[in-house]
Design a protein around this ligand. Sequence first.
Ligand code: 1HN
Length: 358
Amino acid sequence: MNAVMKPASDRQHLYEAMSPLHLTPLWEVLHALVPMQPRSRCVPALWRYDAVRPHLMRAGELITAEEAVRRVLILENPSLRGQSCITPGLYAGLQLILPGEVAPAHRHTQSALRFVVEGRGAYTAVDGERTTMEPGDFIITPSWTWHDHGSEADGPVVWLDGLDIPLVQFLEAGFAENAATATQSVTRAEGTSTHRYGANMLPVRYDAPFGATSPIFSYPYARTREALLALERDAPIDAWDGVKLRYVNPASGGSPMPTMATFMQRLPAGFNGLPWRQTDGTVFNVVEGMGRVSLERGEPGTAPETWSFDFGPRDTFVIPSWHTARFQSDGGCVLFSYSDRPVQQALGLHREERISHV
Ligand code: 1HN
């Protein structure tokens, strides 16, 4: 008798019989394990800053930065609630520090980025050097470096934290340590790393202080903005991305951190972009201006799901893997973004598609 003609219950009996041995048949799950294209576990979502801010400020009344260690509201993907992540590989949160507060020194193997959203004059200290935060600045905390934050500002300072927590969790490679003192002592003048590594030059006998991570730990917005606006004026506009630059580790040419790539882009006024998709789910924060992102997820043979978000200054949104996206902006805008692209590229997995018709 042919196997396919046996009653289906025979197979169920087989599955039940093997289950105590922790065995399961591949053929029941193969299509889900190896999909024809990425089927993201997360969904597109937008966090409006005006809606989040009151909760963050209320948290500022209820818990100190010192007690919280880090006073952060995590941006959880709506389809990954309880998992502290915004995409399966990335973490995002909004951190508040109030005048006079200290977020105590610690270190961990997870890499972190800070993108300053509101206020100025707080500092973050990395490995003995402080950097003062201004809106739009992109700041790095390299893996396993001591870091603390403090504020001598006269108002609240808020930044977006981006970390590779879910990736490190997946690899079970996370370590952390608290420092003996809340604030680390300053051992270098502010700006030293910028002068040493950020002037298109490197020390003659360069020895990477943070391994695969960029030796520059602050990329100020003023310089990024100037570059983008000059290129908007003087150079061709990309039909998909507007004017888009990637932040770079000047010593390697690669991404600033081994696990996360970061970008800043300018969509000119009147921009009506072409659609694209890529395998790296990406988190965006709006620096200036307003616009719209239209998203579509379709599998061959099924009706596409669509989303559309109108965004404004300080809003955060996420575009999951292999969702087709398109940007529009009437008045022009500037967008910061980060993703786990370097990990995908290192593994030969990254794909992107730029579509030439709407
Ligand atoms: C962390 O160290 C910071 O240093 C922010 O500001 C968020 C989330 C999880 C684990 C460590 C920070 C974090 C974090």
